[in-house]
Design a protein around this ligand. Structure first.
Ligand code: HXC
Ligand code: NAP
Length: 302
């Protein structure tokens, strides 16, 4: 990311200790860099422990500060508790959580197995709740303030054809955001969410546009046009995340904010165009996605 476009003053996030799930790659890594540069202590987790370690090393080499990697599978509630026990005892209480980890792939819904649905729902719907619940109850027990931002999609408002398990799960997290903002607001916790349009990352491109040759091509190949004629820039996304996770805008609570160049307003911003695909395209996509899944799986340490 070109950090010269970050909007906020140096030191804004000093004193913040923020866990970013899935922070070893993609948008999570971008937020980690942005928050670190503004003085926050960062914790990142993922199933590929080595990827998180490498990201932590890279970001600290570039910006100094403290980035702590954790190998943790958010589908496993006990693993979440163990990680958070470690964070609390070795570093201190978190001040913020970004629910960024997710799984997704394009598929015709009639081609999904129950395990295929669960592969996504167990990460996005259940894992996000387990993490939020574990950290939220710690904050309440200890009388601490806390701040949660979940990374969703614009499909929570208009549906996600060909990504139904993701759209359903993200919609559930959207409702969690609205519900807990009210229920836990009086206890000092706040909950917001971001619904990004296309900010192509490797993890997303390889599963949502497996036919694209590069992340840039994924941006231009999206099946629905964007009124701004381009994909998102990482610093734009990180600036919005900083606004929600940094101090100064605490009265924003219970909101899901889109950052998509008005794409979903204009044209749905989803994969409805894939209705044009036939069996051959779907078979090729599935093979490419599974090759990516297997490659990433080989790097998992938990
Ligand atoms: C049909 C598929 C499939 C495909 C997997 N499955 N890929 N079914 N089409 N393309 C099925 C498998 O056949 C299997 O079912 C089941 O899913 C579980 O597969 P596993 O490989 O064992 O899953 P698992 O190891 O749990 O991995 C989870 C995953 C994987 C979600 C499948 O992709 C992953 O780990 N992803 C993490 C990173 C990621 O997805 N990033 C993208 C986020 S982007 P059977 O019945 O055969 O056993 C994003 C974008 C939002 O969210 C918006 C963009 C605008
Ligand atoms: P990504 O790089 O694939 O990020 C997903 C991250 O989640 C990976 O680091 C992955 O690490 C982690 N993860 C997945 N399952 C996990 C589990 N069970 N436990 C712990 N960590 C897990 O993709 P991305 O594009 O940056 O996506 C980040 C977030 O933005 C997601 O919520 C996505 O839905 C959302 N989003 C992205 C876009 C976009 O255009 N990029 C648009 C809208 C929304 P491991 O595999 O090592 O576990």
């Amino acid at each position: 990311m070109d950090t010269s476009h970050l909007m906020f003053r140096d030191g804004l996030m000093a004193g913040e200790r923020i866990l970013i799930t899935g922070g070893g790659t993609g948008l999570g890594k971008e937020m980690a860099e942005g928050f670190l540069k503004l003085g926050a202590e960062i914790h990142i987790c993922g199933r590929r422990g080595g990827v998180c370690e490498e990201t932590a090393r890279e970001l600290m080499a570039a910006h100094g500060g403290k980035v702590v990697p954790h190998a943790c599978d958010i589908r496993v509630a006990d693993a979440i508790t163990d990680m958070n026990d470690k964070i609390w005892s070795e570093h201190g209480p978190l001040t913020g959580l970004v629910n960024n980890a997710a799984g997704n792939f394009i598929s015709r819904t009639e081609d999904l197995s129950v395990r295929g649905f669960d592969a996504i729902a167990n990460i996005v719907f259940r894992g996000t709740f387990y993490m939020t619940h574990d950290i939220g109850t710690r904050w309440i027990r200890e009388g601490l303030r806390g701040n949660v931002c979940s990374i969703l999609t614009t499909w929570v408002w208009n549906g996600g054809p060909f990504v139904v398990p993701s759209a359903m799960s993200k919609a559930g997290v959207n409702v969690m955001t609205q519900s807990l903002a009210v229920e836990w607001g009086p206890k000092g916790l706040r909950f917001n969410a971001i619904a990004p349009g296309p900010f192509p990352t490797e993890g997303m491109t390889k599963r949502l546009a497996p036919q694209a040759k590069s992340t840039e091509e994924m941006g231009t190949e999206r099946t629905t046009p964007n009124p701004m004629g381009r994909i998102g820039k990482m610093h734009e996304f990180v600036n919005l995340a900083t606004f929600l996770m940094g101090p100064g805008a605490e009265y924003v609570n219970g909101q899901t904010i889109a950052i998509d160049g008005a794409m979903y307003n204009a044209s749905g911003g989803n994969f409805s165009g894939l209705a044009a695909w036939g069996d051959a395209e779907w078979q090729a996509a599935k093979e490419a996605i599974m090759a990516t899944n297997n490659k990433d799986k080989a790097d998992r340490t938990v």
